[in-house]
Ligand binder design. Structure first.
Ligand code: URA
Length: 187
């Protein structure tokens, strides 16, 4: 089966599953991008527009993510983008540990299917999945070699784009951190 078909199957399985946050949400935001992506972006959770459009990072934070990708001449279509929870938390509240836990097997399966070389975590919730106990202000933009289910993956924690929109220093840092990505992996 092709990776595209495997992802489609997984999406259908998720749609049928009883998952937290589903009742309050409009749509499943499975994720999107190239099934052969070398770089996998993992955000926090869908916001208002993501919930409406059933696509990740299509609101203001998404516009910034698009600009950051353009700054390194990477097409959005060539990466894969999803979140640690795939239904919108009401009012955009932080996802709870048990909610993140319920989506974890599905997000892990996406990584297993796509087999990216690099996972960029956007914000502290996705960072904690790979690098528990670290502080984003200290580790952002650094490259961590992680053994993920028997495969070596480079994990690069970054600030969340929404945080960059609120804070000029964070904006400066996320722009700098993105510039390091092409050195890691030809995309
Ligand atoms: N913020 C996220 O973490 N994910 C999205 O998809 C949109 C905004």
């Amino acid at each position: 089966m092709s990776k595209k078909a495997e992802l489609e199957d997984l999406k259908n399985e998720m749609k049928k599953a009883t998952l937290p946050l589903k009742r309050e949400a409009t749509n499943l935001v499975f994720g999107e991008g190239n099934p052969d992506a070398k770089i996998f972006f993992l955000g926090e959770g869908p916001g208002y527009w993501e919930d409406v459009k059933a696509r990740p990072f299509v609101g203001q934070a998404g516009a910034l993510l698009n600009q950051l990708l353009q700054s390194i001449k990477v097409e959005r279509e060539n990466v894969f983008i999803t979140n640690v929870v795939c239904y919108r938390p009401p009012g955009n509240r932080d996802p709870l540990p048990e909610e993140i836990g319920a989506f974890q097997p599905y997000v892990d399966k996406m990584i297993e299917i796509i087999k990216p070389k690099v996972v960029v975590t956007l914000g502290r919730f996705s960072m904690a999945k790979f690098l528990p106990g670290v502080k984003i202000s200290i580790v952002h933009g650094k490259v961590f070699d992680v053994n993920w289910k028997g495969r070596q993956i480079k994990v690069v924690p970054m600030y969340h784009p929404a945080a960059a929109l609120r804070n000029g220093d964070v904006m400066f840092q996320i722009k700098e951190d993105f510039l390091k990505l092409p050195e890691l992996e030809p995309i």
